[in-house]
Design a binder for this molecule. Structure first.
Ligand code: AMP
Length: 585
C-alpha cells in the first residue's frame, strides 16, 4: 500500500500524487499529514522551501473539505504572488481526480474583478497574499468568518516583508474555532509573537533535520574586491560549463545590471525582479524552468515562488543582511537527493557576515580560489570533448553534405582533424583568458572610502516602532523626492529613528522635499547628520544594508527584449565573448 495512503489520504488524492511522481512522502509530509488529519490542534511547523511543505499542509486540508459547500473553508496566506500562484497550481494538480474542489489565488498586481468573480463562482480554498486578501475582506468580497483552516506559509518571510498589520487584520476576521497551521523556515520573535497571540494548543513539528536540502549543500566563499565581483562570477560560471544557477542580488537595480552584463557577455542569463510585469516574469521563469536559461539573476523576493529543484549552484552575488535569508537562498540547491553548492562572493568588509550564517546553518564555509584562465580553459576544453563524444549524430540530415565535406578535408589525418575542430571552438576561450589576472583578494578599501564620500547621511524620526523597514523607507524617500534614480546609500533602521544616505548632490533637495511632510499623522523630521567614523561603525548597528550597497529609486524597465547591451570592458574579464557559451535553443 502506498505510504501516502497509510498516512490517511484517500485514493483520489493518492492517485494524483502517483501521477505527479510523488512516490514517498517527504519527512515534513510524513509528520504533518496525519497530525492535521487527526487533530484540531494548531500547528507550528519548522519547514523550509523545497521540503514539500505545500503538500504537507494542503493535502490533509483537501481531504477534510466539505465539497458540497462552495464557501471558503481554508485560507492560505503566502508572502508573494508567485508563491500564491504556485500553491494554487499545486492544489489544482493534487485535486485532479476530485470533482467540485476549487481553489482561487488572490494577489496584487492583477485584476481584482477577475479574482472576485473566481471567489463568487465558489472556492473552498483561497490562496492569497496578505495585501490583496485584506483588500478583498474590506470590500466585503471575501468572507473568512466561517473558515476552518488558516495556513501561514513562510510566516517569517511575510513578516520580513512588513505584512504584520495585514496579518493582524486578517487573523482578526477569522473564527476562533479554526485550525491555524503556521509554516516557517525560521522562528524569530515576530513569528513567535504571531503564534503566541493567535494560536492555541499548539503542536510543534519539524522535519527532523533543519533543512532536508541542507545536508547536500556545501558552502563556499570567494574573497574578492568589489570591482572583481562580476569577473569572479563569470569565472565561476565558466569553470562550471553546465551551471544551472540562481544568482542572488540585493536590489532590483543590481539584479538588472548583472543580468544585462551577463547577457552582453554571451551567457544564457536573465533577470527576475519586482520591476518586471507579470507577463515578463512568467516568461523568464518559464525559460529558466525549461533550462533555456542557465543563469537567473534575482532578488530574494522575486525568486520566492520559483519552484526549481535541480540547481547546481546558488550564488550570493552579495550576501543578504539576515542569515535566515541565506538559508532560504542556499536551500534552493541540494534538493531531491542531489548535491548543491552555495557560493558567496564577499569582500574583506563582508567577511563578518559569514560567522552568523555559519552558526545558523551549522556548517563552515570553505574558502575557494577564483579559478585562473588556465584552469577554466582546461575545464572548458574537456567539457567540449565530452560534448563531441556524447553528441547524437543525425545521419539522415548530414548524409547529403558528407561527400563534399570529406573531399574538402581530404589530406588531413585524424590527429590534425581533431586539433582543428578543437581549436575552432577553443581558440576564443584561450584568447579571452590569455591576459587574465588573479582576482583573489580584496584591496578595495581606498575605493570604498571615496564612494562613502559621495553620500550625505540623514537622520529621520521614523524607525522600527513606526513599522519602517529598509524597503518602506526607500519607498518614502522615492515618493517624496519624486525622482526615480537618485542613489540611496546605506540605510540603518533603529527603534525610533533611522539613518539613510543620499547622493550628496541632492542634499538640499532632500531637506526641502521632506519639509512639512507627515507620516501617519506625525511630522517627519529629516536632518543632516555626521557619518560615523569607519572604525566606529558598529557592525550590529549597521545590520541593514551593511556592506555599502547603493540603491536607486525604482526605474521602469523597458521589457526583457529591450536591453542595454554593454560590455563591461575590464581587462581580460570584461571582453565580449562570442563562443564557449552559446545560447541554447
Ligand atoms: P515545496 O516545498 O512544497 O515547494 O516542494 C518542493 C518540490 O518538491 C516541489 O517541486 C514539489 O513538487 C516536490 N515534492 C513535494 N513533495 C514531494 C514528494 N513527496 N515526492 C516528490 N516530490 C515532492
Amino acid at each position: 500500500m502506498s505510504i501516502f495512503k497509510e498516512l490517511g489520504l484517500s485514493e483520489a488524492i493518492v492517485s494524483s500524487l502517483t501521477e505527479l511522481g510523488y512516490e514517498n512522502p517527504t519527512p515534513i509530509q510524513e509528520i504533518s499529514i496525519p497530525q492535521i488529519l487527526n487533530s484540531k490542534d494548531d500547528l507550528k511547523a519548522f519547514a523550509q522551501t523545497g521540503t514539500g511543505k505545500t503538500a504537507a499542509f494542503s493535502l490533509p486540508i483537501m481531504e477534510q473539505l466539505d465539497l458540497k459547500s462552495k464557501d471558503p473553508q481554508a485560507i492560505i496566506l503566502s508572502p508573494t504572488r508567485e508563491l500564491a500562484i504556485q500553491i494554487a497550481r499545486n492544489i489544482e494538480e493534487f485535486s485532479k481526480n476530485i470533482s467540485n474542489l476549487n481553489v482561487v489565488a488572490v494577489y496584487g498586481g492583477a485584476n481584482i474583478e477577475d479574482q472576485i468573480r473566481g471567489i463568487k463562482r465558489g472556492a473552498q480554498i483561497i490562496v492569497g497574499t496578505p495585501g490583496r486578501t485584506v483588500d478583498l475582506i474590506k470590500r466585503k468580497r471575501l468572507n473568512l468568518r466561517n473558515i476552518q483552516w488558516l495556513v501561514l506559509d513562510e510566516a517569517d518571510e511575510m513578516l520580513n516583508m512588513g505584512f504584520k498589520d495585514e496579518l493582524d487584520q486578517i487573523l482578526e476576521t477569522t473564527p476562533n474555532t479554526k485550525q491555524t497551521l503556521l509554516f516557517s523556515a525560521t522562528f524569530p520573535k515576530e513569528v513567535e509573537a504571531i503564534a503566541k497571540n493567535y494560536m492555541n494548543n499548539t503542536v510543534e513539528i519539524s522535519a527532523g533535520k533543519k533543512n532536508i536540502g541542507a545536508e547536500n549543500v556545501s558552502h563556499e566563499y570567494y574573497l574578492v574586491s568589489d570591482r572583481n565581483r562580476y569577473p569572479a562570477l563569470k569565472r565561476i560560471a565558466d569553470i562550471n560549463p553546465d551551471i544551472y544557477s540562481i544568482v542572488f542580488c540585493r536590489t532590483r537595480r543590481e539584479t538588472k545590471d548583472i543580468a544585462d552584463k551577463l547577457i552582453a557577455d554571451g551567457y544564457n542569463a536573465d533577470a527576475l525582479h519586482g520591476d518586471l510585469s507579470q507577463a515578463q516574469r512568467d516568461m523568464v521563469m518559464q525559460k529558466f524552468r525549461s533550462k533555456t536559461l542557465q543563469i537567473l539573476v534575482a532578488t530574494d523576493v522575486a525568486a520566492r515562488g520559483l519552484d526549481v529543484t535541480d540547481l547546481t549552484h546558488v550564488i550570493n552575488y552579495k550576501l543578504p543582511d539576515q542569515p535566515e535569508n541565506y538559508t532560504h537562498r542556499s536551500g534552493r540547491t541540494g534538493r531531491a537527493g542531489k548535491n548543491g553548492i552555495s557560493v558567496a562572493l564577499i569582500t574583506n568588509r563582508e567577511k563578518g557576515k559569514l560567522r552568523p550564517i555559519e552558526k545558523k546553518i551549522n556548517k563552515q564555509f570553505e574558502q575557494k580560489q577564483v579559478p585562473n584562465g588556465k584552469e577554466i580553459c582546461e575545464k572548458q576544453l574537456y567539457s567540449l570533448i565530452d560534448k563531441v563524444h556524447d553528441i547524437d549524430i543525425n545521419e539522415k540530415e548530414i548524409k547529403d553534405y558528407l561527400p563534399s565535406i570529406y573531399q574538402k578535408l581530404d589530406g588531413f589525418d585524424r590527429e590534425e582533424l581533431i586539433k582543428r575542430f578543437v581549436s575552432l571552438e577553443f581558440n576564443q576561450f584561450l584568447s579571452y583568458y590569455e591576459n587574465s589576472h588573479d582576482l583573489n583578494g580584496d584591496d578595495s578599501r581606498e575605493k570604498r572610502r571615496s564612494t562613502d564620500e559621495a553620500f550625505t547621511r540623514f537622520y529621520i524620526n521614523l524607525g522600527k516602532m513606526d513599522h519602517i523597514n529598509p524597503a518602506k523607507l526607500m519607498g518614502i524617500i522615492n515618493e517624496n523626492l519624486r525622482k526615480n534614480d537618485i542613489e540611496i546609500g546605506q540605510i540603518e533602521i533603529l527603534k525610533s529613528f533611522s539613518f539613510f544616505e543620499i547622493d550628496k548632490n541632492f542634499r538640499d533637495e532632500v531637506l526641502e522635499k521632506f519639509n512639512g511632510v507627515e507620516f501617519g499623522g506625525r511630522k517627519i523630521i529629516v536632518e543632516v547628520t555626521n557619518k560615523p567614523k569607519t572604525k566606529g561603525r558598529s557592525r550590529s548597528k549597521r545590520r541593514n544594508f551593511e556592506g555599502g550597497d547603493r540603491f536607486r529609486g525604482n526605474k521602469e524597465r523597458n521589457g526583457s527584449g529591450n536591453r542595454d547591451r554593454r560590455s563591461s570592458g575590464s581587462g581580460g574579464d570584461g571582453k565580449r565573448r562570442d563562443s564557449g557559451r552559446r545560447q541554447r535553443r
